[in-house]
Design a protein around this ligand. Structure first.
Ligand code: ASP
Length: 329
């Protein structure tokens, strides 16, 4: 990065108070800094849905080699992003109602840095563009044409992301054009991936093609820091999948992390965040699933309808688990 660019970023951060915030890290917030005190560090990778297994494997390679959680989460979610068979993330994702594949993604590190892209077209790896937004600009979110221009300036390739398989599904959908959220589409969906590295640092990444056949321009929860993903290195991290509008209305991932800050376990925090939605929204028509981890390496998960599952890589095993649900099987 040029020194002029670094200067611009530093000055902007300073004027936004970011440097001041950083200097406050480590102050007593009433929460035990578990890995920095007496608890043993429990490195792990956890992610939403079945595509999480391969994503976890890629992330774990980095964690296991002593790498940083932020690199692990980025490399992990790039696996489903590149998979043309995966109809809900990156290349091969189902398009909006007009046939455009539009992608949302965000990433957050242990220092509270974050980057996001939304309504991005033609770029296979939105998560890596989000990482560049975090690392190379003074901003948090870039959207649409601006995000595309930024990606191209960073050397990303412009590609057609609409595969024959996704196009065929869209053409079938167009016959009736019914706009109805589908619960647990083929059991795979947005990928949200959280990790703890061997230094005890946390990071998270979230990436999706969003709801199939959405209105052109629609942005969901997944690229919104605090909704689809949140990381606080003193407390824990959370991510969401399912109907983004419901998560946005409750700022779900931030809520889960704040509940953990107040002393709830990851499981209790996920349950409470689901209940906030169930109490006020038409929850029977859509699915929401939360995943959370805390600094001790404990995890939790909860969803509205059964069949939300997740992949956990911990203690040498990478396995699928079913989340408990508000509506029972
Ligand atoms: N949360 C994503 C969105 O609303 C989609 C999903 O996870 O199914 O865009």
């Amino acid at each position: 990065m040029s020194s002029r660019r670094k200067f611009i970023i530093r000055s902007t951060q300073a004027s936004l108070g970011i440097l001041a915030t950083k200097s406050l890290q480590g102050c007593n917030t009433g929460i035990p800094l578990s890995t920095e005190t007496n608890n043993e560090i429990q490195p792990l990778v956890i992610s939403t849905w079945k595509h999480g297994i391969e994503a976890n494997d890629a992330a774990w390679k980095i964690i296991n080699a002593g790498g940083k959680a932020i690199d692990a989460v980025e490399q992990g979610v790039r696996i489903p992003e590149a998979d043309p068979e995966n109809l809900s993330v990156g290349y091969g994702g189902l398009p909006d109602r007009d046939g455009n594949v539009t992608l949302d993604a965000c990433i957050m590190d242990a220092d509270g840095n974050c980057g996001s892209v939304c309504f991005l077209q033609h770029i296979k790896h939105p998560i890596s563009v989000a990482r560049k937004v975090m690392d190379e600009t003074p901003h948090v979110i870039l959207s649409g044409e601006g995000a595309l221009q930024f990606a191209l300036s960073q050397g990303f390739k412009k590609e057609n992301l609409l595969t024959d398989k996704a196009k065929e599904a869209w053409q079938k959908w167009k016959v009736e054009s019914k706009y109805k959220p589908i619960i647990n589409v083929e059991n795979h969906d947005t990928i949200g991936l959280l990790a703890i590295d061997k230094q005890g640092d946390l990071a998270g990444a979230c990436t999706t093609s969003g709801l199939a056949y959405k209105m052109h321009g629609r942005v969901g929860d997944s690229p919104i820091i605090g909704a689809g993903l949140y990381v606080d290195n003193e407390v824990g991290a959370a991510t969401a999948t399912g109907m983004g509008e419901a998560v946005l209305k409750t700022l779900g991932s931030f809520l889960v992390v704040e509940l953990m800050r107040q002393g709830r376990t990851p499981q209790e925090a996920c349950e409470e965040a689901v209940m906030r939605i169930v109490k006020k929204q038409q929850y029977k028509d859509f699915q929401i699933g939360y995943l959370a981890i805390n600094k001790k390496g404990e995890h939790g998960s909860y969803c509205i309808h059964p069949w939300f599952n997740y992949a956990l890589h911990k203690n040498g095993e990478n396995k699928m688990y079913d989340a408990d649900s508000f509506i029972k099987k």
